[in-house]
Design a protein around this ligand. Structure first.
Ligand code: CMP
Length: 138
């Protein structure tokens, strides 16, 4: 089934000038970029995006990190995009992510892990809508 998923290149990866490398890897792995924008999240916008984690001990640190500098938000389209993109990202903890995955290549630890991807079709719907209107998707 052709699916869409939300991908974020996080502030650590953008500031390290690795965004272009990530985009190249995505295209080489068959993901079609149907929406893309570079933005800087406010603290409030980061809190809204990660509201599902609001009771976790890492919420403050995570939302500080996600609002510290620009990110690149993309909508990716592909057969099984959600599962395939999560496999390409690797485990949340960059130090445990398999060799060759985006987090192993560009992440540092469990928080500064370079990229984000939606974890289910329902989450993808919410997350795509958080950043893009239908008119912005090609
Ligand atoms: P992401 O896939 O964007 O989803 C939630 C984010 O919270 C995750 O990547 C990490 O950046 C961060 N995160 C998850 N677990 C932890 C943790 N135990 N400590 C710190 N940050 C975490």
């Amino acid at each position: 089934m052709i699916e869409r998923t939300l991908s974020l290149i996080k502030p650590d990866c953008v500031s390290a000038k690795n965004a272009g490398k990530v985009i190249d890897i995505l295209e080489k792995n068959g993901f079609l970029i149907v929406g893309m924008k570079k933005i800087k999240l406010s603290k409030e916008a980061a809190e809204g995006f990660y509201a599902v984690h609001k009771d976790r001990p890492f919420f403050k640190s995570l939302t500080d990190f996600m609002s510290e500098g620009p990110i690149v938000a993309m909508v990716l389209e592909k057969e099984n995009a959600i599962t395939d993109y999560r496999a390409l990202m690797g485990e949340t903890d960059s130090t445990k992510a398999k060799e060759g995955t985006l987090r192993a290549q560009f992440g540092t630890d469990i928080e500064r892990n370079a990229v984000h991807g939606s974890d289910s079709p329902d989450t993808a719907k919410f997350e795509i809508g958080y950043f893009f209107s239908e008119l912005e998707l090609v």
